[in-house]
Design a protein around this ligand. Structure first.
Ligand code: NAP
Length: 289
């Protein structure tokens, strides 16, 4: 009888240890997905539409302050007013910025108001594709626009903000593309520019290894934004046809990954995320219904 009682006590004790272990492991902190973003200052390039705009709203929702940028000032103004009215507890400013213009970037970054000087997160999102042409037919101005925006622009903005990120133990998110992982015909310059984003991200991660700055690359497949409209120079019908028979990703899907990757604990560095809509398996392989 005494032996049975003793075994019962032992069993309850062992169960308690098991329970405590489980409870400790799954503390509520593990589930507070975005709480680390509160009061952070987030600088987003290309926030006037698509992925950049979705990031702005999502960071605002998470309680972060925003510096949104892009070339279309009237859109920046409208977005910043709308965010201020929806999220009155956060601070938002906008700055007109063409990422191809290094001196404009340097001026804008050094003119940031006091409350925004300490940038914690940089989302290098501004980017574009122009045309769907064979290499031999690609116009010089289109080559320059893609390389100057997607590669040199990303480098200029990073150079301007990185010294601050070293102080703030910050985070860089580079929006690459599946075009930076696989090349496809009639897209050589865009693919080259996104392969460059990949190389720059990897080199920078090595250079930053002894700092507290983290860097993440997110490579989306098809996302329905203004991207294809820009590619086909405003031809909405051609742009729509890109997504025929497939449910493309939304800007929101990518913004959620950007927020997730920048809200992990300090010891977690998400290096690369590749994300497709279901029905896409590479830059060239899609199944359309
Ligand atoms: N949509 C996709 O299928 C897809 C897939 C993979 C990767 N991506 C990448 O995702 C990023 C965002 O694209 P998106 O899909 O959201 O397209 P989007 O709706 O066309 O947005 C592109 C953004 O980039 C900005 N931008 C373009 N040139 C700029 C410049 N010279 N200076 C500053 N900003 C500039 C645009 O703003 P302004 O015109 O106002 O300057 C706009 O806010 C890009 O890097 C793109 O390569 C997109």
């Amino acid at each position: 009888m005494q032996e049975m009682l003793w075994k019962g006590i032992q069993r309850r004790f062992i169960n308690k240890i098991r329970c405590d272990t489980v409870i400790k492991h799954y503390s509520t902190d593990t589930f507070s997905l975005y709480s680390r973003l509160r009061n952070k200052n987030v600088f987003i390039t290309g926030a006037t539409s698509g992925i950049g705009q979705a990031c702005a709203y999502n960071y605002a929702h998470a309680g972060a302050n925003l510096i949104i940028s892009g070339r279309r000032t009237e859109r920046l103004e409208a977005i910043s007013n709308d965010i201020k009215s929806k999220y009155p507890s956060i601070k938002v400013i906008y700055t007109e910025l063409d990422v191809r213009n290094k001196s404009q970037i340097d001026k804008a970054v050094s003119a940031l108001p006091k409350d925004f000087k300490n940038v914690d997160i940089l989302v290098n999102n501004a980017g574009l594709v122009i045309g769907l042409d064979k290499l031999v037919d690609t116009k010089v101005e289109d080559i320059d626009t893609m390389i100057d925006t997607n590669v040199k622009g990303l480098v200029y903005v990073t150079q301007a903000i990185l010294p601050t990120l070293k102080r703030t133990q910050g985070h860089i998110v580079n929006i690459g593309s599946i075009a930076g992982e696989n090349a496809y015909p009639n897209g050589s310059i865009y693919c080259a520019s996104k392969h460059a984003v990949r190389a720059i991200t990897q080199s920078l991660r090595c250079e930053l290894i002894d700092t507290d700055v983290r860097i993440t690359e997110i490579n989306p497949g098809m996302v329905e934004t203004e991207f294809s409209v820009v590619r086909f120079r405003g031809d909405e019908a051609k742009a729509k046809d890109v997504y025929r028979g497939i449910e493309p990703l939304k800007a929101q899907d990518i913004a959620e990954l950007v927020l997730f990757s920048t809200s992990r604990p300090k010891h977690v560095e998400i290096a690369t995320m590749t994300v497709f809509p279901h029905g896409q398996a590479s830059a060239t392989l899609t199944h359309r219904k």
